[in-house]
Design a protein around this ligand. Structure first.
Ligand SMILES: *[C@@H]1O[C@H](CO)[C@@H](O)[C@H](O)[C@H]1NC(C)=O
Ligand SMILES: *[C@@H]1O[C@H](CO)[C@@H](O)[C@H](O)[C@H]1NC(C)=O
Ligand SMILES: *[C@@H]1O[C@H](CO)[C@@H](O)[C@H](O)[C@H]1NC(C)=O
Ligand SMILES: *[C@@H]1O[C@H](CO)[C@@H](O)[C@H](O)[C@H]1NC(C)=O
Ligand SMILES: *[C@@H]1O[C@H](CO)[C@@H](O)[C@H](O)[C@H]1NC(C)=O
Ligand SMILES: *[C@@H]1O[C@H](CO)[C@@H](O)[C@H](O)[C@H]1NC(C)=O
Length: 703
């Protein structure tokens, strides 16, 4: 009797839990409140936009037919210093999730905490690097301890705000780790136990909603393995158990762009084809557009948060662009696709899938529940138009397309047929910042060993010295030259991204790498005087790495320095080197109002054609509501601040193979501006002409 009672109690308890709204799943889809669901999702990354923009972005996503907003959790913005947390402003995760809830959408929360995401250090706070014995993302106690602590904290924060669907909130999915399979092999026997540990640690947090692992084919039960990619209908191996649904967590609507390269363009037709194919062929029931396809890729890498060589604008080719403007025809075409799939969803979710050939490159995917409920997706994978016979009728199918028939009779949507008008985005110059009198300049100066903050008899690893708090590190040495050797060459090998070299305060040359080949080998003629010569090398990182195994062991910065002459080669690598971390202007926070008042600004003419110059001016905000950008096309390379807010790195001088800068317009969120007297400060590493900078507003015609 007693045993029976216990069983009854346990069963009652389980019923209660399910009634409370736990999210579950079966082989067909996620199950929310007891119903299978066909879900479209879009990524919006809260730190890549501002709280003032969130409501609008979310409403645009909803209007485009999305049900879910997906975001990573960005550990290094939340815990920049160990134990000191920041959930304010752009980093207010709870406010972001509540805004999504209030607009009636769900949330897919990718906690990671490794996120990659073209984000500084893959989202890890740099202090993790200095924990003794740590090996990131492996079966390593110090790492697992920190990871569990952070993940538990985020989960508890969500629970205490009642944000999980199981509590009546919007979060229906959570992710642990991120594309781990890409690096698992490098960890040998420390990889598989880490995957198991991460899965069971996540499960033990009892969120009442499923956990996923993306790109992890062997994700342990009850976690769901999901697909990331351009063509998951063709590339996904499928769920690893028949009772798990097919979910696509990153449908790349474009690819992130790096300095020196053109944007990657993906057509609306191609995106729609692959979404329809995933639903039809893989029984897919969840598709997330990475960076807003409606959002997925919308955003700005403010400050120094872009990872190595990634430009400041993030996935600007997404259906909602960097400014939150609708990018047609992607936006409208995908909205039509979502409506057609939703019209078919009863058949998709309850019907029996069958598939049969309609020709050599033509295939029918039919989902039939009964004679009433039937939906068909007819694919023509040929590059030319095809006629097929389906249900005794003749049909013409456009080249490379999928037609959707929500009732198995009438085509309501074809992925290759774009009905929406193309909107043209344009920018308009509102203000020329050409008033020379309104500009000031301040020279940061070439450092030498006499102003080093410390010295060391070797070349040190850059990030370990800067702690990734600045892009800039001076390596300086004093070299005693006594020889009649001539035709001297300064030779430097570096794994950092940019090198600016000076000898006795004179500029010798610069060299930079690229995303594909990040390091630098520098080789320039120099003239030395007999006796003491100051060699000053400014090593610059254009973002820390965000991916790959053993991130904590990356060796960045100068590796070898030599002076080569005709007769001999002197290796300076083991000389005494002086180190100075960051720029003078960074330590005085010259880009803030208070900091800018601490230095003496001079006329910009004095420093014409000089390097390492700070520039400042003020401007009034353009009226109206259109998004604002600053056009830095006349500058070289550096960083830019508005009213003390770093709006990102710019790099105009690194042109694409077609001869353009990768990005000339830099987004200034309206909320960073006040009506009058906004402070604009730039640090220019190379040579630029600030008087040709313009302020522009962005708009879209015919949207
Ligand atoms: C489940 O349904 C209840 C009652 O209709 C509703 O209040 C709740 O928000 C729903 N939960 C989810 C996650 O949709
Ligand atoms: C889709 O579902 C059907 C019926 O459950 C199954 O036979 C088929 O293998 C599934 N397709 C894939 C790619 O999983
Ligand atoms: C469509 O054709 C391409 C080759 O043109 C092939 O790689 C791809 O697998 C085909 N897709 C399907 C779903 O059959
Ligand atoms: C479909 O069209 C082809 C060519 O136009 C024709 O030969 C065939 O009889 C038609 N079939 C049906 C079922 O109408
Ligand atoms: C980092 O710097 C500290 C001294 O500040 C040193 O003890 C440590 O060995 C360095 N670590 C690496 C990986 O270079
Ligand atoms: C530059 O340094 C790296 C790292 O030490 C080394 O692998 C590479 O061979 C060096 N390149 C040259 C040209 O010496």
């Amino acid at each position: 009797m007693k045993v029976m009672k216990m069983v009854t109690v346990v069963m009652l308890f389980m019923v209660v839990v399910v009634m409370a709204g736990d999210v579950t799943y079966d082989g067909r889809s996620l199950i929310i409140n007891g119903s299978r669901r066909m879900l479209f999702s879009g990524s919006i990354h809260y730190p890549r936009s501002t709280p003032e923009m969130w409501p609008y972005l979310i409403s645009q996503a909803k209007d485009g037919g999305l049900d879910v907003i997906q975001t990573y959790v960005f550990w290094n913005v939340h815990e920049p210093i160990q134990g000191q947390f920041n959930f304010q402003g752009r980093y207010d995760l709870v406010r972001f999730i509540k805004e999504i809830r209030d607009q009636g959408l769900y949330v897919s929360l990718r906690i990671g905490p490794f996120i990659e995401s073209e984000w500084k250090y893959g989202g890890f706070p740099f202090w993790l690097h200095d924990i003794p014995g740590i090996v990131f993302r492996s079966d390593n106690e110090p790492f697992k301890f920190q990871m569990q602590k952070f993940v538990s904290m985020i989960v508890n924060m969500m629970k205490s705000e009642e944000l999980y669907a199981s509590q009546g909130g919007p979060i229906i999915l959570s992710q642990i780790e991120n594309e781990y399979q890409n690096v698992e092999g490098a960890f040998h026997e420390k990889g598989p136990p880490y995957v198991k540990w991460a899965a069971s640690m996540a499960t033990s947090l009892n969120t009442g909603v499923p956990w996923i692992m993306c790109k992890q084919d062997d994700a342990p039960d009850p976690l769901i393995n999901t697909c990331n990619g351009l063509r998951c209908g063709e590339t996904f191996v499928g769920p690893n158990r028949p009772y798990k649904p097919a979910l696509w967590t990153e449908n790349w609507v474009s690819l992130y762009q790096v300095f020196g390269e053109e944007p990657y363009k993906r057509s609306a037709q191609d995106i729609a084809f692959h979404v329809a194919l995933f639903i039809a062929k893989m029984n897919g029931s969840f598709v997330n557009y990475y960076m807003v396809y409606l959002l997925l890729s919308w955003g700005t890498n403010f400050g120094r948060f872009a990872s190595a060589y990634v430009i400041t604008s993030y996935y600007d080719e997404a259906p909602l662009d960097e400014y939150g403007l609708i990018r047609q025809p992607k936006w409208g075409h995908l909205k039509d696709l979502h409506a057609a799939v939703k019209q078919s969803s009863e058949a998709l979710l309850s019907g029996k899938p069958t598939s049969f050939s309609l020709g050599q490159a033509q295939q029918a995917y039919v989902f039939q529940a009964n004679s009433e409920i039937c939906a068909a997706f007819l694919m023509n994978n040929d590059s030319k138009q095809a006629s097929v016979v389906f249900q005794n009728g003749n049909m013409s199918c456009r080249e490379k397309s999928i037609s959707i028939l929500p009732d198995c009779r009438n085509v309501v949507f074809n992925t290759a047929t774009v009905k929406v008008q193309v909107g043209m985005r344009s920018s308009r110059v509102i203000l020329h910042l050409n008033d020379v009198q309104n500009w000031g300049a301040f020279a940061d100066g070439v450092s030498d060993i006499t102003d080093a903050s410390f010295t060391q008899q070797s070349l040190l690893e850059q990030l370990n010295v800067t702690k990734d708090e600045t892009d800039y590190l001076w390596y300086t040495t004093s070299y005693n030259f006594a020889s009649d050797d001539d035709q001297l060459v300064l030779w430097v090998n570096s794994t950092a991204h940019v090198l600016h070299a000076f000898v006795n305060d004179e500029f010798v040359g610069s060299q930079h790498g690229s995303h594909k080949s990040p390091g630098v080998t520098f080789e320039k003629p120099v003239s030395l005087k007999n006796g003491k010569n100051d060699i000053s090398l400014l090593s610059v990182m254009v973002g820390s790495p965000d991916s790959g195994a053993y991130l904590e062991r990356r060796v960045l910065g100068l590796r070898q320095v030599k002076i080569r002459g005709i007769k001999s080669v002197r290796d300076l690598s083991n000389q005494v080197w002086g180190y100075k971390i960051g720029l003078q202007g960074e330590s005085t926070e010259i880009y803030t109002k208070e900091g800018s008042e601490k230095v003496e600004w001079k006329s910009i003419d004095i420093f014409a054609h000089q390097r390492l110059i700070w520039y400042k001016t003020t401007f009034d905000a353009p009226s109206g509501k259109d998004p604002v950008a600053v056009n830095l096309g006349s500058m070289g390379k550096g960083e830019v601040w508005i009213n003390g807010e770093n709006i990102g790195r710019y790099w105009i001088s690194f042109q694409t193979p077609n001869g353009h800068p990768s990005q000339t317009l830099y987004h200034i969120p309206r909320s960073f501006l006040k009506p009058l007297g906004n402070l604009l400060v730039l640090f220019e590493e190379e040579v630029g002409n600030p008087t040709e900078i313009t302020l522009e507003t962005i708009s879209v015609a015919n949207a």
